[in-house]
Design a protein around this ligand. Structure first.
Ligand code: PBG
Length: 326
């Protein structure tokens, strides 16, 4: 037996830190926060233990809580006071995100990213302007080109409110190009775009749709979000966003799509982000509640895996808990 090669030699406590390939740090993490224009007080999100929707008046406090853990970046989601056909509260100057962002920027040093989408703002819950036949033909739900204008207006309104970065998530063709053009025209050429570049039509978004009240009233999002079966298509999707000027490329969800994270990492030099989504969070919590998993351990291991696969940034509901332990 030749035992000259013993990988275990590098696994003692003393040497392990020296040969560690991947390190997780609070500066990799972005914490999603939910601001609710209809709430007078904080409302716990049942499907996402530990998370709450906060009133606009508490947005600053919520962000300061995040920063106390060492996480400096937040992604702001809004729940509007009212919804309509076209989602007009998404780009209102006095909209929920716009008001919250103005406060957060004025009173904290957080790095503020906004989710640019319409599904939380439309009465039908789809991410854009509806086709007339949407209710009867679920394979054709949203009018792509008309939606671009609304997304652009929304992104510009976020920039005017002081957002540091915008993150379009609607999977509208040409969304990055349209938003880049609109931002530049308004003098916001310094604001980067983090594109939800490869966003899959995933059942792992379930708990979020509860949290942000953004479930489609009928049908699903197959018309615009990607088929979970397609990796080569993800390559084409991401290539378009790169051409259109995306600064950061996001893959979403994260854990079931680590192959896509790795693929984007290998294809591009851009920073890669991964969104560890609500369902990934909820399932670990549910198992931990039953005593079947150690929550702290599996949360940290999940985020480490996402980084090891190639992500530079991670959007995660575990941001505060994991950062607290680092
Ligand atoms: C908006 C949006 C969604 C998520 C982020 N932005 C919902 C969706 O596409 O259905 C999901 C986030 C999560 O599940 O944590 N379009």
């Amino acid at each position: 037996m030749d035992m000259t090669r013993r990988p275990r030699r590098l696994r003692t406590d003393g040497v392990r830190p020296l040969v560690r390939e991947t390190e997780l740090s609070a500066s990799d993490l972005i914490a999603p926060v939910f601001v609710d224009a209809t709430a007078d007080e904080r409302v716990p999100i049942e499907t996402m233990p530990g998370h709450e929707r906060v009133p606009v008046a508490e947005a600053v406090d919520r962000v300061e809580e995040v920063r106390e853990t060492g996480v400096e970046a937040v992604m702001v989601f809004g729940i509007p006071e009212s919804k309509d056909d076209r989602g007009s509260r998404a780009w209102a100057e006095d909209g929920v995100v716009q008001r919250a962002v103005r406060d957060i920027v004025a009173e904290t040093d957080a790095y503020v990213i906004t989710d640019v989408c319409l599904c939380e703002y439309t009465s039908h819950g789809h991410c854009g302007v509806l086709e007339e036949t949407a209710e009867t033909d679920p394979s054709l739900t949203v009018r792509n080109d008309e939606t671009l204008e609304l997304l652009s207006q929304t992104a510009v309104s976020h920039a005017r409110a002081g957002a540091d970065m915008v993150a379009p998530s609607s999977m509208t063709d040409k969304m990055v190009g349209a938003i880049r053009g609109a931002l530049d025209e308004e003098g916001h050429s310094e604001i980067p775009i983090m594109s939800y570049a490869a966003k899959f039509e995933s059942a792992f978004y379930g708990p979020f749709r509860d949290a942000a009240d953004g479930a489609p009233a009928f049908g699903d999002r197959r018309h615009y979000q990607m088929d979970p079966a397609n990796a080569r298509e993800a390559r084409r999707e991401v290539a378009l966003d790169v051409e259109e000027g995306a600064d950061v490329l996001m893959v979403k969800p994260a854990l079931p799509y680590l192959d896509i994270v790795r693929q984007v990492r290998e294809d591009y030099d851009h920073p890669v982000a991964a969104y560890n989504v609500s369902g990934e969070y909820a399932m670990l919590h549910a198992a931990a509640e039953k005593g079947w998993l150690d929550l702290e351990e599996v949360a940290a291991e999940s985020l480490l895996s996402i980084k090891r696969a190639g992500a530079d940034l991670i959007l995660t509901y575990f941001a505060e808990d994991v950062a607290d332990r680092l």
